[in-house]
Design a protein around this ligand. Structure first.
Ligand code: MCA
Ligand code: AMP
Length: 500
């Protein structure tokens, strides 16, 4: 019987340390046995069938990995929920995925109970100590493995389904390109409901027998202290984090700064991705640390597609070349023809890394493919053998702190507020956050009541989606067809003083 490659390699790495976390250190054998226990417990508590979706709201650490592997042992689809999701967002994910059950750390279970409103059984991972021996499910590369929710050009997020075969292709491509080894040690502070944390960091590390230092959140001072202690060989983060690191380093006395930058210069690889890395930040980081950041480009629907080389020129402002196993073409936005070097076109991707479709959304799936090519909605140009991202086809997609946000989704939530008549949400450029969410409102809410509106937003959406800038206006700028002119909305914010 074919076994999941994760369990096979974990078996080989046995007593090597896999995770370090606030809960202690855990070996690969610990991961295997805890995932076996959770699978037994889950199998005991719910009648789980192959292909069932199991939602998990679990803090980063042993139980997160064990829950992922337990789902796979049962043949279920792992659905990691966001720790920062609002009750409404959790409810949407449970309902849209039709989750058979949801597992949570005991401290988080109450959030799920509220969100599920009795329609999904909620179980605490701590209660999964069952003795039920589930039948071993053969590993099927074409079977669903994971669903991640992504915000896009629709008002509601879509579930991106990936198969075991996709995950294997995504990880093997990165392990080869970036030469992962069992001697690598990497910190993990990114959220574990997105590909960057799940595949690029946790997945690649555990696939190769490396060590992951799990932190509950990004804390710039602790990360720098660990650099100095020589704890890492590899580092991966979003551009916002490099920007926060630069500000922190610049605030340190010269001798302390020097000890951090010297330590950073010893890492074998530092990667940036999830959003555009400004060339100025790339250059600043090189000046400070001597490290040339490796920028890569990816998307939830296919994980990583393009990367600057491990060996060779890492060009600031560019995302490099296709990763192993990934095919790419650029297609003209107007004529639909494949364009050549030097001409801009939509990035389209083909390969075993590309997902089969959105969960239960055949129309959205059909619209996102052209034959077997996945249409990313991002526009790029090929220059001297390197791809450079120019922007996105949709003005309604915002990238803030590495999170992909949908302006339409935020607008539809704001419109649920009884005092908001009309609204338009845009992303405005920001040196630290990439873009900041800004909302123009036609409303009777006054400036002094904006903190109450922000409180209301917290119940409805993740903190990272809440607008940071507000413009209270009489009418939204519209064209002759009555459509809101988003570039004009953006301009409103350059004319206004910041609210906070
Ligand atoms: C936080 N703040 C913000 C934002 N977020 N301000 C503007 N815009 C924002 N988006 C402010 C808060 O108001 C607060 O300010 C201060 O920053 C600290 O907030 P906090 O929530 O504590 O921030 P944090 O926890 O330090 O988070 C920053 C972060 C986080 C670590 C950069 O946003 C993060 O983990 N981002 C990465 C997301 C990610 O992994 N994306 C990958 C998905 P004040 O103190 O004044 O109140 S994309 C993907 O997976 C694809 C496949 C790919 O290509 O990788
Ligand atoms: P997500 O769906 O959250 O996985 O975000 C994917 C999107 O992030 C892509 O479609 C791009 O718009 C953006 N992205 C990822 N990496 C980069 C990068 N290096 N440069 C510019 N945009 C990026």
């Amino acid at each position: 019987m074919i076994k999941n490659p994760f369990f096979e390699s974990a078996g080989r790495f046995g007593s090597r340390r896999a995770l370090r976390s606030l809960q202690g250190d855990h070996t690969y054998s610990d991961l295997l046995s805890r995932s076996q226990t959770l699978a037994s417990g889950m199998g005991c508590l719910v009648d789980c069938r192959v292909g069932d979706r199991i939602a998990c709201l679990v803090e980063p650490g042993l139980d997160y990995v064990a829950a992922q592997w337990a789902c796979w042992r049962l043949g279920a689809i792992f659905l990691p929920l966001s720790l920062s999701a609002s009750p409404a967002e959790l409810e949407y994910a449970l309902n849209d995925s039709g989750a058979a059950a949801a597992f949570a750390s005991r401290s988080l279970a109450q959030r799920l109970v509220q969100a599920a409103k009795g329609s999904t059984p909620i179980l605490a991972t701590e209660d999964c100590e069952g003795i039920h021996t589930h039948g071993a499910v053969p590993h099927d590369p074409s079977a669903g493995a994971m669903i991640l929710y992504t915000s896009g050009t629709t008002a509601r997020p879509k579930g991106v389904l990936t198969t075991h075969g996709n995950i294997q292709a995504q990880i093997e491509s990165l392990v080869e390109a970036w030469e992962w080894s069992p001697f690598d040690r990497i910190p993990l502070f990114l959220p574990l409901h997105h590909v960057h944390g799940i595949i690029n960091i946790l997945g690649c590390a555990l696939w190769t027998g490396a060590e992951v230092d799990i932190m509950p959140r990004f804390d710039v001072a602790s990360v720098c202290a660990r650099f100095v202690a020589g704890e890492y060989t590899v580092f991966m983060a979003v551009p916002t984090i490099y920007s926060l690191l630069v500000s922190y380093l610049e605030s340190l006395p010269a001798d302390e700064r020097e000890s951090v930058t010297r330590a950073v210069s010893c890492l074998r690889l530092m990667v940036s991705g999830s959003a555009a890395l400004p060339a100025s930040l790339h250059e600043k980081w090189s000046q400070l640390t001597g490290q040339a950041l490796l920028e890569r480009y990816g998307m939830t629907e296919m994980a990583m597609a393009l990367s600057n080389p491990l060996k060779g020129e890492r060009r600031p402002g560019s995302v490099g070349q296709p990763l192993p196993g990934v095919e790419i073409r650029l297609v003209s936005e107007t004529g639909g023809a494949v364009v050549g070097s030097g001409e801009p076109g939509e990035i389209q991707i083909r390969g075993r890394n590309v997902f089969p479709g959105y969960w239960n959304k055949p129309e959205a799936t059909a619209a996102s493919f052209s034959g077997d090519w996945f249409r990313t909605g991002d526009v790029a140009v090929l220059e001297d053998g390197y791809y450079r991202i120019l922007g996105r086809l949709s003005v309604d997609i915002i990238k803030s702190a590495g999170y992909k946000l949908s302006a339409l989704e935020i607008e539809s939530v704001l419109l649920e507020h009884p005092d908001i008549r009309e609204c338009a949400v845009v992303g405005i450029p920001d040196a630290t956050w990439g873009e900041i969410v800004a909302a123009a409102l036609v409303t009777q809410i006054t400036d002094d009541k904006l903190p109450c509106l922000e409180e209301w937003c917290r119940l409805k959406m993740s903190r990272y989606k809440i607008p940071r800038r507000w413009a209270l206006i009489e009418n939204l700028p519209r064209n002759a067809m009555g459509k809101v002119v988003k570039p004009e909305v953006k301009n409103l914010f350059s004319a206004l003083a910041p609210n906070n």
